[in-house]
Design a protein around this ligand. Structure first.
Ligand SMILES: Cc1cc2nc3c(=O)[nH]c(=O)nc-3n(C[C@H](O)[C@H](O)[C@H](O)COP(=O)(O)OP(=O)(O)OC[C@H]3O[C@@H](n4cnc5c(N)ncnc54)[C@H](O)[C@@H]3O)c2cc1C
Ligand code: SF4
Length: 537
């Protein structure tokens, strides 16, 4: 998101832009194939069944990060396929296109958590909500965001297009939640809602429906504004003197390549950007490039997200948009700062359930055993693991058929010890460490309790276990700030002490907020593009 939007902004302002991308250029090929969705059940099932999602080249072709990520959390050592994109559009090629603003209070994070002493939460972001406001509006216009006004939102109204009508089930939720004293609204999303769209997450959209940064920014930058792209080109390190980046060292077609530019904008995502910097040690930068503060790679944040099935009180038709509703009644609630609650998108279907179960099994084996426990007698007779998986998914499909799957997004806080570390022996040349604190656990439980109480007659079933870390929302590993001692970037996202290095992916976040990160990354990228343009003169 950060790279494509900044590049688009600069190219539109008349600058010559080259995008360097580790993955494939996917958007040229998929742009006009309007004959079907890439990600619906059959292809997911096929991938799971033939194991093609284990093959790096197959993963790259579907826009996914090719290799398993390695790390250690409070739940143990992990090696798993994280929900991360690789290729044009980055993770937005896979995203669920929830495009919400942070609240004005998110820009003053310390005040929201007065009792937490061991977090590195700063008092303030170096910019205010008002500074970002014109760019939020531009980003909403650019990504053609649809939805309705959040009645609890502070500040100016978002710039929204009209969403399609609700399904009878979601109309029932909307009215019933309102009667219960909650404040539902139409979630803000970047979908065009073409006929038959299920608002998928996890896959590329070949039908021009999902407004990802590849289609909305990268393609116009290339086709209209003269930018270029080098796909399948992996940046390995940056060569820099004391005050300037001189060279970008890359790997392409089995060889090494060196690229020079007046300005270098790093946007490899909050897992990989710090690794690149820490691998760019030199005499001028003995602890890693831009790392005088010692904070590069630290303050890793991920959000905690529960998937929760909410049942209507009667059976209703579910025909209509699935990514439909949200509520922020628990964003700030009775002195606690929690986060948003929104429909997760995509009707409950076999492929999604199977994918979800496999993800849970990989990330949280203890919970997986619990999830897999309601076994009928015939269960033991099923010998093949694939048949067992399908049978279990069918069982859950039967239970949850009419339910809507909602997701919470709960703010996690920055801690010095939560970090990304280069490791030449690990699969991606890196691993991460993340302590899931008691403080976070308490707020997650509080969210679940408050929700169960607030939803009244609606039965809810929490589908996630204790380990509800949301790896798709990684952020924070190169925070921006005012003081060079306590931040990596200045308020315009330029590395302190380096005149031509900017970082625009989610790693700039000094706190994670309680909602989807992408609109804030995009708005900020538009702001930074202007700052770079101004600096270039
Ligand atoms: C399934 C899923 C659903 C999501 N749903 C939502 C949602 O509804 N709303 C929301 O706000 N967010 C959502 N997100 C998160 C959102 O997509 C990310 O927060 C956002 O894309 C992050 O932007 P970024 O610029 O930090 O990095 P990315 O978008 O991840 O881009 C990083 C880019 O850098 C490239 N790269 C990495 N290393 C190198 C290298 N060494 N050399 C060259 N290129 C490199 C990668 O291939 C990639 O293209 C979702 C994510 C996923 C995976
Ligand atoms: S976003 Fe909609 S139209 Fe596009 S692939 Fe997903 S389900 Fe299909």
């Amino acid at each position: 998101m950060g790279g494509a939007v900044t590049g688009y902004g600069l190219a539109k302002l008349g600058r010559r832009v080259l995008f360097i991308e580790k993955g494939l250029f996917l958007h040229g090929e998929i742009r006009d194939q309007r004959d079907g969705c890439a990600n619906l059940d059959e292809s997911l099932l096929a991938q799971l069944a033939d194991g093609s999602d284990e093959r790096p080249e197959a993963r790259l072709r579907s826009g996914q990060w090719p290799l398993r990520l390695q790390g250690k959390t409070s739940f143990g050592e992990l090696e798993f396929f994280a929900p991360l994109g690789c290729g044009s559009g980055g993770s937005t090629s896979l995203y669920a296109a929830g495009l919400e603003r942070f609240s004005p209070a998110d820009f003053h994070p310390r005040a929201n958590f007065p009792e937490v002493n061991d977090s590195t939460l700063p008092e303030n972001w170096p910019i205010t909500y008002e500074d970002l406001l014109p760019y939020y509006t531009q980003a909403e216009e650019l990504f053609r965001v649809r939805g309705t006004h959040d009645p609890l939102a502070q500040g100016e109204r978002a710039m929204l297009r009209e969403p399609p009508g609700l399904s009878p089930r979601d109309r029932h939720f909307f009215e019933s939640f309102g009667r219960l004293g909650l404040h539902p609204y139409r979630v803000h999303v970047g979908f065009e809602f073409v006929e038959g769209c299920a608002e998928c997450a996890g896959g590329l959209c070949p039908r021009g429906c999902k407004n990802d940064s590849g289609r909305i920014c990268l393609l116009p930058a290339l086709e209209r504004y003269g930018a270029s792209i080098l796909p399948l080109c992996e940046v390995l390190r940056l060569e820099a003197g004391k005050s300037e980046v001189r060279e970008i060292r890359c790997r392409r077609n089995g060889g090494e390549l060196s690229i020079r530019a007046k300005m270098v904008v790093l946007a490899a995502g909050a897992f990989m950007t710090p690794v690149l910097l820490l691998n760019s040690k030199s005499n001028a930068w003995p602890d890693g490039l831009a790392n005088r503060s010692g904070l590069v790679g630290r303050n890793l944040m991920l959000h905690a997200s529960d998937y929760i099935a909410v049942k209507p009180t009667k059976r209703f038709s579910i025909v209509g948009p699935q990514k439909s509703l949200a509520l922020n009644d628990f964003y700030h609630s009775e002195g606690e700062k929690l986060g948003t609650f929104q429909t997760a998108g995509a009707a409950v279907a076999l492929g999604q359930i199977m994918q979800y179960m496999r993800d849970v099994a990989e990330r949280d084996p203890v919970w997986w055993k619990k999830l897999a426990s309601p076994r009928p007698v015939w269960w033991r007779k099923l010998s093949s693991p694939v048949i067992r998986l399908i049978a279990l998914a069918a069982y859950y499909l039967f239970i949850f058929k009419n339910a809507a799957i909602w997701a919470s997004i709960i703010e996690d806080l920055p801690y010095y010890g939560n970090r990304v570390i280069p490791d030449p022996h690990a699969r991606n040349g890196m691993r991460f460490e993340y302590r899931y604190t008691e403080e976070l656990k308490t707020r997650v439980q509080s969210f679940r309790r408050r929700l169960a109480k607030a939803l009244g007659p609606h039965r809810m079933i929490v589908l996630s276990g204790e380990n509800n870390i949301n790896y798709g929302h990684v952020c924070g590993t190169c925070r921006f700030g005012v003081e060079p001692e306590t931040s990596v970037l200045d308020k315009n996202n330029r590395a302190h002490d380096l005149s031509n290095l900017y970082i625009v992916d989610a790693s700039f976040f000094p706190s994670s907020g309680g909602t989807n990160p992408s609109l804030t990354i995009a708005a900020n990228a538009l702001r930074v593009a202007e700052a770079i343009h101004e600096q270039l003169g």
